[in-house]
Design a protein around this ligand. Structure first.
Ligand code: NAP
Length: 213
């Protein structure tokens, strides 16, 4: 059985974890405090596991990064680097600053000529990062229900890694839009800001993006 390791214990980690299990994968969620995942573990059954970030990194054929953006680098630094060499990490994070949104617009700690995924890629060059799942709410990440398939924008430097992630994104019910190398994360990550504006200003949280062609 294919194995996915998810670095994270929040709503994104739990949702994607349940999604992978529903699609036939074995999943381990990673946290610094395993007690906080006992409910998720009990709910998801035999294919669900919980462990330290190191255990998750050695468990997963493919990893997902689903931690607070400000802690993304610190979280991966907790993992032995020899467990990361050549690994694919699906990067669902966003560089959301701790400051409050301004008129519904999230504040980022990156600027427009950089992105969190590029920082991750340059800090951990042995990893193949692929951006995905960052610009939609957790409720629609797996098997989204819209009139037509929504678009998932992905990017990353390694074509083989991107092809594997594209297969997962399609399995989860999305149309894949490959935007190119890691630099494209400069455009993909701010879609999270755009996605959240109707949420903060009108309490609308159920939309997704589609690239019309
Ligand atoms: N919420 C959504 O709908 C949504 C949608 C798209 C993308 N995203 C992005 O997905 C990511 C996860 O979001 P979330 O809402 O599920 O969770 P979150 O509350 O943003 O993050 C929780 C996770 O961050 C980890 N963390 C926090 N501080 C840490 C530190 N100093 N060192 C290591 N790990 C640390 C926690 O680890 P421990 O378990 O060890 O405490 C926990 O696993 C974020 O980057 C977010 O922007 C969220």
């Amino acid at each position: 059985m294919k194995k996915i390791g998810i670095i994270g214990s929040g709503i994104v980690a739990k949702t994607l974890g349940a999604g992978f299990i529903s699609h036939g994968y074995e999943v381990m969620l990673g946290t610094r405090d395993e007690t906080k995942l006992s409910d998720w573990l009990a709910k998801e059954g035999e294919q669900a596991k919980v462990g330290s970030f190191n255990k998750v990194a050695s468990f997963g054929d493919i990893l997902v990064l689903a931690v607070k953006g400000t802690a993304a680098i610190a979280a991966i630094e907790l993992i032995d680097s020899n467990l990361l060499s050549g690994k694919i990490i699906i990067d669902a994070t966003n560089p959301i600053a701790d400051a409050a949104p301004e008129n519904g617009v999230l504040q980022f700690f990156t600027d427009q000529n950089g992105s969190l995924m590029e920082k991750l890629q340059s800090t951990f060059p042995e990893v193949n990062f692929v951006k995905a799942f960052s610009s939609v709410g957790s409720a629609s990440m797996v098997n989204p229900s819209f009139e037509s398939k929504p678009s998932m924008f992905i990017c990353g430097n390694d074509e083989t890694a991107k092809a594997k992630v594209a297969n997962i994104v399609e399995l989860f019910g999305w149309e894949v839009e490959d935007m190119g190398g890691a630099e494209a994360a400069r455009a993909i990550e701010p879609l999270c800001m755009l996605w959240c504006i109707p949420g903060f200003t009108k309490n609308q949280w159920t939309h997704a993006f589609k690239l019309l062609k």
